[in-house]
Design a protein around this ligand. Sequence first.
Ligand code: ADP
Ligand code: MG
Length: 442
Amino acid sequence: MLLRKALTNSHGGVLLPSFIRNDVLTPTTSAVAYNCLSKRYINLQEYQSKQLMEKNGLQIQKFRIVSDIDQVKNIIDDPTLKANEYVIKAQVLAGGRGKGYFKNSGFKGGVKLTKNKTEIESIVKAMLDDYLITAQTTKDGILVKKVMIAEAIDIKKELYLAILLDRASGGPIVVASPEGGMDIEKVAETNPTAVHKFPISISENSKDLERQLALRIAGEGLGLDGKLKEDAATEISHLYRMFLKLDALQIEINPLGITTQNQVICFDAKMNFDENAMFRHEWMKQIMEENSSEEDPRDRLARESNLNFVPMDGNIACLVNGAGLAMATMDIIHRYGGSPANFLDVGGSVNQAGVESAFKLIMTDKKVKAVLVNIFGGIVNCETIAKGLIAAKNQVTVPLVVRLEGTNAEQAINLINTVPDIISAKNLDDAAQKVVGFTKTT
Ligand code: ADP
Ligand code: MG
């Protein structure tokens, strides 16, 4: 569970398809450390993914985006978006919207179908500026600032298709299932043989996915034959080419739908990209800017201060240097019966300003009843950290337990011990027991 959380951003936006994530990544702390530290993922909203897909030759349905209720009228009157039925979709960086609900209004469903044009406005109104809670978000949900209005198309069958980087095979892997749709997580659990994986050799298929392989994926992976198999193979090839061209880490189409008119269409898309490739993709910057206004303020503070931060549901805030140590810290809190409020890795070269930002970040969470600082001084000098802690400690209004180990730990602890409000711990066990103790008694 911790691993699952640590691999999502603080919005709950998933970095890998939720149900295959643990298969594809080895669930070790080093895998988490690798993913949390060495790169950032650029997550796209559904509409941004679809714009890219359209440019890259994939079949999508017509859509418009609104960010203001006043824009709905124009869309309803727009003759180029005439449909018998419409689908209205909240745009948030998380999946599971169809089965989600809104925090303030209690309105059910972040994806709604209607045949009644006049109803579009009331649905959009219910979604905009409310928080959508889904299985992939935190309990607070995500604020909806944009809503998609698209033509709905009758779907006969929902399939699942994804391409992502696979650690085990050392290259891209296509994941396909004839049983796509909103219950794909359940399918993967109860009927794993219905989820098929096709590793792709980057040496043999560096640019194009051979037609033969695309047809095999469409047949064996999606369970199609005849013209549908041919059409799906075309979508698979386009998707693969786009995956390579855009330096994607994951493209997930769920559902890939077969319509009653026997068309193969991508109805939903979740994508993320490798920020390290930003230098060759101007558009990534634009997308990041577009999304930054919708970014959770805590995410922004974390990003700007170079902190890896993932909020969680517990009440013990953690401030740790190193992702592996952060994972171990969360585990030991659990072991002593407590529950972490966050994953926070301040990195190996944290300074006083970094500690201050980290405390600021931690204390925005009203659930926090105690803070555990766990620093292993390697390159970082514990004394510097101790000074930082002392300078920033008045931001912390709950008990603060500190465990410092490594370079200059002794001097650092002596410094800490001069401050009555900071509780120093002998070792990690001692620290965890102390901090959990505070949450039990306060
Ligand atoms: P999420 O994965 O976040 O729940 P989806 O975009 O997959 O959101 O939408 C949920 C469900 O809504 C889909 O599985 C599909 O059944 C239905 N749906 C989505 N888009 C359309 C559409 N254009 N026409 C008809 N049904 C749709
Ligand atoms: Mg979906």
